[in-house]
Structure formats: C-alpha cells, structure tokens
Design a protein around this ligand. Structure first.
Ligand code: C2O
Ligand code: CU
Length: 533
C-alpha cells in the first residue's frame, strides 16, 4: 500500500485507538511525495476545493512603515469564486463561505518558518481533519483536508493549532472567518450582502516602527495572557462604517488571544442577539450588552431604521471587573499593584477597561421591508435540561497548580487521555467545568473553555456567592441560550454543559482559549470510542 492508503485506513479502522502519524524531516526521506497527500481520502469527491497557504507578508495597519505579519491566503480550485472573500488591506485570511452538506477539500501549504496546522473552530469534522497538533506539518509541507460540512448555518473560524505556538501564530495574523449557510437560515431573509457586517475583534501592541510586540521574557509574563494596547477590527484600527437607515446583521468574532469584550452601543440602543457560536438562537434576545470571550462568536442585528441621517454611534466595550482576568489580583483587593503586582507585560488597556471599537455614521436614507422574525430556529427538545441527569456530570476541574494552568488536574499530553476523558460514540453527557476549587489567593482566573468537534448546550452556572460580584459585571451578556463551543468559566464558578458525541470517533481536544494558557498546556484530549456508523 502507498503511504496515503495506509494513513486513510489507519484513520478509519482503528476507532478509539491512538493513530500517531508523527512526521518530520527525520522520519520521511521522500518528503514531497509522501507528505503532499497527508490527510486525503482517495474516494472523496469534493463539491468545493480550495488552496490555502500560510506565509509571511506585510500589511498597512498604521500610517507609515508596513507591519510584518503572517497571513493565510487562498484561491478557489473548484466551485464559485464567491466562496472566498478577501478582507481588503487586512492581514486576516479570506472569509470562507460554505453551505451545509458540501464536501470540501482544502489543500493547505505551510510557508511559515516553523511547523503549523489549521483548526476549523466550531466545525464537526473527523479527527484527522480537526487540526490536532499531532498533525502539525513542517515548513514547505502540505496537508490535505477533506470533510463534509455537517454543521448548521453559523459563524465559525479557522486558526493555527501548534502546541506551544498557537498564541504567537494567531497574533502574527493567522486567522480567518468561516461562514456556513443553509436553506433554513436563508429562508429567513436576514440582512446579507452589504447589509451583513463582519467584525473580527483583536488587540495588538506596536513598537515605534509599527511592528507587532508580543510577550517576551519570563514565562510568568504569560500567566494572565496577552493584552494589546490597540483594538483592531478586521485588522484595522478605529474603523468608521457609513451605513443607511435600515437593519444590519453583525457577525462578531473575538479573535483576540486573551481579551474579553463587553459589547454595547454607545447611544443606549440595546443589543439584539440572534445567534451564538453554533448558529441562530430560537428567538432573538434583547440584552443591555453582549459578553464576547476569546474564540467566541456572536450574531446580532442593529436596526438603524429610526436613526436619523447624521447619527453617529459607537460599538464600545464597557467597563467590567478586571480582577478575574489578571493573575495576582483576583480576590486580593490590591488592584493596581501590591505584593504580586501585575504578572505579565504592561498594557495601557487592561481587561475590563472601557474603549471604543468602531464608529457608525448613518449617512443615507434607505427603506427596507425586513422585520426580524420572532422565531429564528427550532431546537430539538431532547436537548432540554429536564431530559438529563445532571448529578451524573463528568467533573473536570480548572485550576492553577505546580506553577501552571491545569485542566482535569493535568497538563497537555499529545497522545494521552485520562480514564475520565473517554466517552462513548453517540452518548449524551453532562460535563461540569469546575473553577470553584480552593486555590492560592489571586491564582484563580476566568477561563474561556473550548470543546473541539461538538457544539453543546449550557445547562446551568453556579457561582460561589463570595465571588459573585465580579461575575455579575459580565453575567447579563453571557450568550448561553444557543449552541456553543466556547464558554467562560469564572473564578468560583461551575458550569454544566450538555454534549452529544455523535458521528466521529477519535481523539479530540478541549482547552482554554486564552491562547497563552493553551500554549502553556491548559489543554487535554478526550477520546470518543466506538465505530463510525
Ligand atoms: Cu479555536 Cu482548539 O481552538
Ligand atoms: Cu485559561
């Protein structure tokens, strides 16, 4: 058998076993021919085929000198050119627009000076298509992704998944949006085309030569994660949008390494939330603000029909309690210094500080017949909390120990799972992320936890009353009603989620989406055991 066939069968036949295909110059003598087909399944006939490359580049972000970045660029090999939409002038990768049911092949080429692999955040794909770091490819090599889009319509995204270097790779510019559409959503006639506005929120720090500055020095500087001084939307600083008197849909992604946003309109207009990580909610919800954590997506409608021409308003991040996000501060009542001081790099914009993100100018009159439907989608009733035994929850702790961040009491191991990290294919389980354990004072932070592969539902949150004040400063913005793949677990909090382990057996990840925590090993595998049907 050729190597390609071997890999294909190894992946399909040995459900539940660890399929290790470690690659690298040391192991493969004939790298080009062997590696160019990695990931591919010979019988797969794609509806859509894309070529995607990660490579160094330069972008005009600030006036003057270009900023050196890393960027994804793509081209359509098969399918309509509209599948890829470039964000003009941005370091961000093209928006990939797919349809539910499509079979997709993506030939990914790594032109970076270091290994990488791409993860399709939020998509439900077979284990070898999921971008696990055990599939990292070296410089100059190619990885072929082939999967069917089984997710419902929603806003997903793609980014690197190098173990220990995801933070810097994303920070250098590697990220892009992936939008899935389906017939059910299309039938609602939500604002689309120029009435659909994508906002990828990130923060960056620049030096005097306009170059990106990341965390350096002691590992202690990464303990709270990275926070940049400047807020960027789609790779640009302080953008202004000229809009008309009509409704708009905003697809939001928090693509920041560690920053949390508390999003609100500056004129007091409430936020109309229509979707979460895994697509539309059942009904639109009205909220004073929307909390958006690293990795999380939000979908909202802003109706400018009654805003007179000439109105200016901002999308802002409101003030909230920063203590749960900063090592050495939580629960110590020593904000702004003290024994521990700030553990990490200095920033002019800490988590919880208010700032403006973008400005909207209502510039022209236009009319629209669009009315937001009262029902957006219907969820399967078997997902309601009454249907499950919450006392049988699988408890996974979130803590700091031995000078590192731990998940389930452990740090990351590339190919291993603990006994309580094995689940059966097709089982429906309650998982409880528990951040309420005793911990050294000031060593308890909020963690945005992300589960690969499966969208889940949030059943409940319980918070230690002694720590409820910080929690309250973000609570009304938690977008918990819909399908999720990323959830914030605050200090003193226990969050129960309901997950159904359908379709694909194998080894998948769950981890903290504070990318510095993830790189430090706050990541674990879980294994789905069973045979694919
Ligand atoms: Cu967006 Cu494993 O993450
Ligand atoms: Cu974390």
């Amino acid at each position: 058998m050729r190597r390609r066939d071997f890999l294909t069968w190894a992946g399909l036949g040995l459900a539940g076993a660890t399929v290790t295909c470690r690659r690298g110059p040391s192991r493969s003598r004939n790298a080009t021919t062997e590696l160019s087909d990695l990931g591919a399944q010979s019988s797969f006939i794609p509806d859509v085929e894309l070529a995607l490359t990660a490579a160094p580049s330069a972008a005009q972000i600030l006036a003057g000198t270009l900023t050196q970045v890393w960027t994804y660029s793509g081209s359509v090999v098969k399918g309509p050119p509209s599948i890829l939409q470039n964000l003009p002038g941005s370091y961000l990768g093209p928006i990939i627009r797919l349809q539910t049911g499509q079979k997709v092949r993506i030939r990914f080429t790594n032109q970076l000076p270091e290994p990488t692999i791409v993860h399709w955040h939020g998509l439900h794909v077979p284990e070898r298509m999921d971008g696990h770091p055990r599939f990292m490819i070296p410089q100059g090599q190619r990885y072929v992704y082939e999967f069917e889009v089984v997710n419902r319509a929603g806003t997903y995204w793609y980014h690197p998944h190098h173990h220990t270097r995801t933070g810097p790779q994303v920070y250098n510019g590697l990220a892009g949006l992936l939008v899935v559409s389906d017939g059910t959503e299309a039938a609602l006639g939500l604002p689309s085309g120029s009435e659909e506005i994508v906002c990828i929120l990130q923060d960056r720090t620049f030096d005097r030569d306009n170059q990106l500055v990341y965390i350096s020095g002691s590992p202690m500087n990464s303990m709270s994660g990275f926070l940049g001084d400047r807020i960027l939307v789609n790779g640009q600083t302080e953008p202004t949008l000229s809009l008309a008197t009509r409704p708009y849909r905003f697809r939001l992604l928090n693509g920041s390494n560690s920053r949390v946003y508390k999003l609100a309109w500056s004129d007091g207009t409430s936020i109309t939330v229509i979707g979460s990580d895994g697509g539309l909610l059942e009904q639109p919800l009205t909220r004073p603000y929307l909390t958006l954590i690293p990795g999380e997506r939000g979908d909202m409608v802003l109706d400018l029909s009654h805003h007179p021409v000439g109105t200016r308003l901002q999308l802002r991040s409101l003030e909230f309690s920063g203590a749960p996000f900063e090592m050495g501060m939580g629960g110590m009542g020593m904000r702004g210094g003290g024994m521990m001081g700030r553990m990490g790099q200095q920033t002019s914009t800490p988590n919880g500080a208010p700032f403006s993100i973008l400005t909207i100018e209502v510039q022209r009159r236009e009319s629209s017949n669009f009315k937001l439907p009262a029902t957006l989608s219907t969820f399967d009733a078997s997902w309601q909390s009454e249907q499950v035994d919450q006392s049988a929850a699988r408890r996974l702790t979130v803590q700091f120990g031995a000078m590192q961040w731990l998940l389930n009491g452990r740090t990351f191991e590339m190919n291993e799972v603990a006994t309580n990290e094995t689940v059966s294919l097709d089982s429906k389980e309650v998982w409880e992320f528990d951040n309420s354990g005793a911990s050294m004072m000031g060593m308890r932070l909020a963690h945005p936890l992300h589960l690969h592969g499966r969208q889940f539902r949030i059943l409940n949150r319980r918070v230690d009353p002694a720590l409820a004040a910080d929690w309250e400063s973000l609570r009304e913005g938690f977008n918990d009603a819909g399908w999720k793949d990323t959830v914030l677990v605050m200090p003193g909090e226990r969050v129960q989620i309901l997950v159904h382990f359908t379709r694909y057996p194998g080894l998948f990840l769950y981890h903290c989406h504070n990318l510095e925590h993830e790189d430090m090993g706050m990541m674990r595998n879980y294994r789905v055991v069973g045979r694919a049907g």
